[in-house]
Design a protein around this ligand. Structure first.
Ligand code: FE
Length: 175
């Protein structure tokens, strides 16, 4: 039922306690950070900015930043991915569409694809929610590696330690 200004309770906060086991919320100011140390290096010219690393449901939310035109690792998704392009553009070798700034992308389970940042794009940033794993493969589907929320957390720990923020800096993003 919609609230109206005639409702005297309109601006009264919820008066009861949250459920006993509810997790703390996460608020990340400057999600696209000014501090370059917050970008975790994942490969040459490829970085991710963790926002929520969800170990209880096995997914992660992050910004992916690619700072040079080129090809990213080919991978299969056993679970859904959602993406929103914040800057630049990219496409998959396997599809004829392009994800441009402002685009939303749904990647269905079972999809295998190879991300390419075009030659005339210097930098792309995309917000991705990745469920389960990234299953890296050769062109014929042979498994060559994987990433999941736990390998992401390990990378963050090492990176934040290396840049002087301390490995525990990652804890604020874990739920
Ligand atoms: Fe993908």
């Amino acid at each position: 039922m919609p609230l109206t200004d005639k409702d005297e309770n309109n601006r009264v906060p919820y008066q009861l306690p949250m459920p006993q086991n509810v997790l703390p919320e996460i608020v990340v100011p400057n999600a696209i950070p000014e501090d370059e140390r917050l970008w975790v290096k994942q490969a040459e010219n490829v970085f991710f900015r963790p926002l929520c690393l969800n170990v209880s449901q096995g997914y992660w939310m992050n910004l992916l930043k690619v700072t040079k035109a080129g090809v990213l690792s080919r991978h299969r998704h056993p679970n859904t991915v959602h993406g929103f392009v914040l800057k630049g553009r990219w496409h998959y070798l396997e599809h004829d569409w392009e994800a441009t700034e402002g685009s939303y992308v749904f990647e269905p389970p079972g999809e295998t694809h190879t991300l390419v940042v075009p030659d005339d794009c210097e930098e792309m940033i995309t917000y991705f929610q990745v469920n389960g794993i990234m299953y890296y493969v050769d062109p014929y589907g042979k498994h060559i590696g994987y990433e999941d929320v736990f390998t992401k957390i390990d990378m963050c720990r090492k990176h934040f330690d290396d840049v002087g923020l301390g490995e525990n800096y990652v804890e604020q993003f874990i739920r």
